[in-house]
Design a protein around this ligand. Structure first.
Ligand code: KG4
Ligand code: ZN
Length: 358
């Protein structure tokens, strides 16, 4: 069984071919550089760039697999959540292929792509506990099965990746911020500044990064003679120290809420064996290390997708498409892309859902 997947929901245009034997036959990815000068993703520029690259990504992916489109069994695309202009490009491409070749179409929830992606590389059974940390989302979920999720917690303001990006922007480190902050944090002193842990005592699994971001802003502003962060002149080592303190505190916020969720998970899903992290921020080696320690303390196995599949890519969409396709979960060609599409929308309201007290 071979599924073609197309990703275009943010600033990466990706295509991949995967099999039910967990082989990646071919893949192609174009990460848009156009946004760097703006310090964030510009939706209109992203949509145009997807339009420009999507056909090429599909062709390159097929060439690498030495295949043609007639050999695929189904075609999947990220159909939301995301920037609507980009999502439409991927979905229309997938529908065109489905229609022309009479193949099934699968509308993949982009978050489900992140959620299931680790299963292509590791033997992870349902149910498992998932920390989904990307540029647009930050959630703790129980993955009960394909299409079945219980959300235990979510950010009430910024996503984790968004916080990395905003902190990087105020320190003049460019976009995306995560990789640069991780690099500098490695040579910084993580005890130099004390930063707040928002919602630490909220008694649930929800997260918040806005106060943490503001605290970093105040530190950066103190380096500007006029108090404007844009005019701050920070010595290199001070930037590294701020990065180290921010990365450590953001990680502590994530691990403390995940620990709460682990307690709930172990009690309510005693057969569950895995804690999984995914999404762009899951590329962060420091975070991965702390999450692994935490999972092991609770006798759970830790897993994460290979680093190159943490940020957006075609493989995660092809794989989620395949998981749905083999269960018979295909979509009609009149499926409308969904810029907002919660992962747990069809979940029965379990006690404690949305704000687990542990
Ligand atoms: O999953 P993703 O590619 O896009 C969304 O679906 O949002 O995630 C992108 C996010 C960006 O915010 C980026 O700064 C963050 O992932 N990121 C990282 C690292 N690499 C990427 N954050 C922290 N550490 C990293 N090494
Ligand atoms: Zn993503």
């Amino acid at each position: 069984m071979i599924v073609l997947g197309i990703e275009s929901s943010c600033d990466d245009t990706g295509a991949a071919l995967v099999t039910d034997q967990k082989e990646i036959l071919g893949e192609a990815l174009q990460s848009q550089e156009e946004h760097k000068q703006y310090g964030g993703v510009v939706p209109e520029i992203a949509a145009r760039a997807h339009l420009e690259h999507v056909d090429e990504m599909i062709s390159v992916c097929l060439q690498r697999a030495h295949m043609d489109l007639s050999q695929i069994d189904a075609v999947a695309a990220s159909a939301g959540p995301g920037l609507i202009g980009g999502v439409v490009v991927g979905v229309m491409s997938a529908k065109a292929i489905a229609l022309a070749l009479n193949k099934p179409f699968v509308a993949v929830n982009h978050l489900e792509g992140h959620a299931l992606c680790a299963r292509i590389a590791h033997p992870i059974e349902f149910p498992y506990l998932l920390l989904l940390v990307s540029g647009g989302h930050c959630q703790i979920l129980v993955v009960k099965n394909v299409g079945e999720y219980q959300r235990l917690g979510t950010t009430i303001d910024d996503a984790a990746g968004e916080a990395f990006d905003k902190v990087a922007k105020m320190l003049g480190l460019g976009y995306p911020g995560g990789p640069m902050i991780e690099k500098l944090a490695a040579v910084g002193d993580d005890r130099r500044f004390t930063l707040p842990h928002p919602l630490a005592n909220s008694g649930d699994c929800n997260l918040s990064f806005s106060g943490l971001k503001t605290a970093v802003r105040k530190i950066a502003e103190s380096y500007a003679s006029d108090g404007d962060v844009a005019h701050a002149i920070l010595p290199k080592q001070d930037v590294a120290d701020i990065c180290a303190c921010f990365q450590m505190t953001a990680t502590e916020c994530l691990t403390s809420k995940l620990e709460r969720a682990i307690k709930y998970f172990k009690q309510h899903y005693p057969t569950g064996q895995h804690v999984v992290v995914s999404g762009g921020v899951a590329s962060n080696i420091y975070l991965r290390g702390k999450l692994k320690d935490l999972a092991e303390r609770y006798d759970l196995d830790f897993a994460a997708p290979p680093i190159r599949f943490c940020t957006d890519n075609g493989v995660m969409v092809a794989w989620a498409g395949l998981e749905r396709f083999r269960l018979g979960l295909t979509n009609d060609l009149d499926f409308k892309p969904r810029p907002r599409w919660p992962l747990d929308e069809n979940a029965p309201k379990a006690a404690g859902a949305g704000g687990v007290k542990a």
